[in-house]
Design a protein around this ligand. Structure first.
Ligand code: SF4
Length: 230
């Protein structure tokens, strides 16, 4: 807990410092990063949910971003009465900066051997999943809950998992915690995915036969294509 608290301290300090140099609060910077990482415009409620703050808090920060000319409001194409938010051109530039990791954290993680980076990411995935189940954090778009994820498809290989969206093997260091392409697996499948991920048993023993083999060298395809998620 003491170690996590120290990491949190660095993250908070760096978030205030980085956002402050650009005249933003950390919440405003996070909103820009969320809009920048989204494939479609988002409404205020969706942003509040991702930030785990009240709609009122998100609305206040968004109003400031609109006043600064970084975010624009427009009618939702699917529901003309609803308002969605998009980034302006200057907002896109700010969003790129806001999405960057603090240098101090990048250096600290880069100093770890690859195997420990992978272990750290697996641990984070497990913690985020547990917090998600308790309702303590918003639902994350993670591999371990994704219909395209085939955990431990290739046991013992450097990239033991398979992403059916890009139709390529992925390793522990490739696991995603916020993936735009993530689509939730059926509720009854999610615990199975998690068990297979944790225990290393190929999914084939509990479901359909394996249909993919790792590519030579275990490298991902350079031409991603949507695989059959069944
Ligand atoms: S689509 Fe994204 S979340 Fe789903 S398995 Fe592939 S990389 Fe992971």
């Amino acid at each position: 807990m003491a170690g996590l608290a120290k990491l949190s301290l660095v993250m908070r300090h760096e978030a205030w410092r980085a956002a402050g140099t650009r005249g933003l609060t950390p919440t405003q910077a996070q909103i820009l990063a969320i809009l920048g990482g989204s494939t479609s415009p988002l409404g205020v409620k969706a942003i509040a949910r991702q930030l785990a703050v009240t709609v009122g808090t998100a609305s206040g920060a968004i109003s400031t971003l609109v006043a600064k000319g970084l975010v624009a409001k427009q009618a939702d194409e699917a529901d003309g009465r609803a308002i969605v938010l998009t980034l302006t051109a200057p907002g896109k530039q700010e969003a790129e900066q806001a999405a960057k990791w603090p240098d101090a954290m990048l250096h600290a993680i880069g100093a770890l051997p690859g195997s420990e980076q992978a272990g750290l990411l697996r641990g984070l995935v497990g913690m985020v999943r547990a917090l998600q189940e308790q309702g303590a954090v918003p639902t994350a778009r993670m591999c371990v809950g994704c219909r395209y994820f085939r955990p431990n498809e290739y046991p013992g290989q450097p990239k033991p998992h398979h992403c059916q969206f890009i139709d390529a093997p992925i390793g522990d260091t490739d696991l995603r915690i916020d993936c735009d392409e993530m689509e939730p697996a059926a509720a009854e499948i999610q615990p199975v995915l998690w068990n297979v991920f944790l225990n290393g048993t190929p999914l084939d023993s509990k479901g359909p036969a394996r249909r993919h083999g790792p590519r030579a060298g275990g490298q991902p395809s350079h031409t991603p294509s949507k695989g059959d998620p069944s």
